[in-house]
Design a protein around this ligand. Structure first.
Ligand code: ADP
Length: 349
């Protein structure tokens, strides 16, 4: 019964009924000792066969169809699959097996969906916790400076300007956090639309090096190209976003790098891609931190990140952009020697 289609079920039941009628006709003939006409042995079972076949088709079919339809409705099979239930009902030998399997699959999918929702919920809770924590510090600082100024420090020429500058620095920090948050929330909402163009990535890095000249000079850090990399390399990518990737990686290399250090950019052709490396000879990052480095708000040295004005979102943004280009961001690092971040971009023809 488990593995039978409606057609077969109707056929077997109708055959059984026709056979029963035939036996009945024979029995009647034997008991009554009368000779029955030929059509009692042919037409009558034939009619019974057809009648039972049709009745089973209609009644049982309707019954099962209504039950299965209900199941399919519950597991929300789309309208486009409406004909599917009828088709299964009429032709599938393993009707009940099949329905069971589909319900089990539905259950598995639902469990996976719930798990995913739970993870996202935790993620969101974490995110809000982190955001509040990040915003609290600069707000608290600004509040402190303003209150002190209002309490009389505003008239003290030795500290009033200094406090205002400190408050302003915290406002800037607040602004950076909000900008990064806006950006990352756009990426996470899947709104990263890329404008892919052909451009010379070496030229782009030169422009970025120029913008970091003062910052690097303050720490006596040299910004250099690796040997053979100071020539044009054309790639197909979103120039503005890749500029941001370089910005975030270079600013980190300077912020966390050593005084008198070096930040180097290397390009290596690996058809059809260009391998790009941003390296420094700073303190390096120990291995246990590497797997989590690209998570939002993950910091190796919290205190240092904050004093350098870091938002903890730089590498998470880099990851989004690089992955948006269909590539992955990677890092290798040796404590005491330095770190190298690398990713690929498609070379332009
Ligand atoms: P942040 O705003 O704190 O710099 P990022 O996401 O850019 O946030 O970086 C995450 C953490 O990774 C940093 O806080 C820092 O501890 C570590 N880090 C990033 N780049 C480097 C580097 N080049 N050398 C050493 N540590 C780094």
């Amino acid at each position: 019964m488990n593995n039978i289609s409606l057609k077969k079920l109707s056929f077997y039941t109708a055959s059984l009924a026709a056979f029963a009628v035939l036996v009945l006709v024979f029995a009647t003939m034997l008991f009554t000792q009368t000779k029955l006409k030929w059509y009692f042995f042919t037409v009558l079972p034939g009619v019974v066969f057809i009648a039972v076949y049709i009745i089973i088709q209609i009644l049982v079919g309707r019954f099962i169809y209504s039950k299965i339809k209900l199941i399919y409705k519950t597991i929300s099979i789309q309208k486009s699959e409406k004909g599917k239930v009828k088709d299964i009902l009429e032709n599938d030998e393993n009707l009940f097996d099949r329905v069971r399997k589909e319900v089990e699959e539905y259950e598995r999918n639902k469990i996976a969906e719930i798990e995913q929702l739970k993870t996202m919920e935790n993620y969101r809770k974490d995110f809000f916790g982190n955001v509040s924590h990040e915003l609290k510090t600069p707000i608290f600082n600004i509040q402190g400076y303003i209150e002190t100024l209002l309490d009389g420090a505003v008239d003290d020429p030795t500290i009033n300007k200094q406090y205002l500058l400190k408050a302003a620095a915290n406002v800037e920090r607040l602004n950076n956090i909000v900008q990064d948050l806006l950006e990352i929330s756009q990426y996470e909402a899947g709104k990263l639309s890329l404008e892919i163009d052909r451009f010379d990535v070496t030229q782009l890095v030169k422009e970025i090096f120029d913008s970091f000249e003062i910052k690097a000079h303050d720490k006596k850090i040299k910004l250099v190209f690796k040997k053979g990399s100071d020539k044009p390399f054309y790639v197909m990518a979103d120039k503005a976003r890749i500029a941001q990737v370089f910005n975030n990686l270079i600013v980190n290399a300077i912020n966390y790098g050593n005084q008198d250090g070096e930040v180097s950019i290397g390009f290596f052709e690996m058809e059809p891609n260009l391998l790009i490396e941003v390296g420094d000879n700073g303190p390096g990052i120990s291995e246990e931190h590497l797997p989590r480095l690209f998570e939002r708000f993950y910091r190796v040295d919290k205190h240092r990140s904050r004093t350098e004005g870091g938002t903890g979102l730089g590498l998470a943004i880099v990851k989004h952009i690089v992955e948006g280009h269909g590539q992955s961001i990677n890092v290798r690092s040796t404590v005491g020697k330095g770190s190298t971040f690398w990713f690929m971009l498609k070379k332009a023809k």
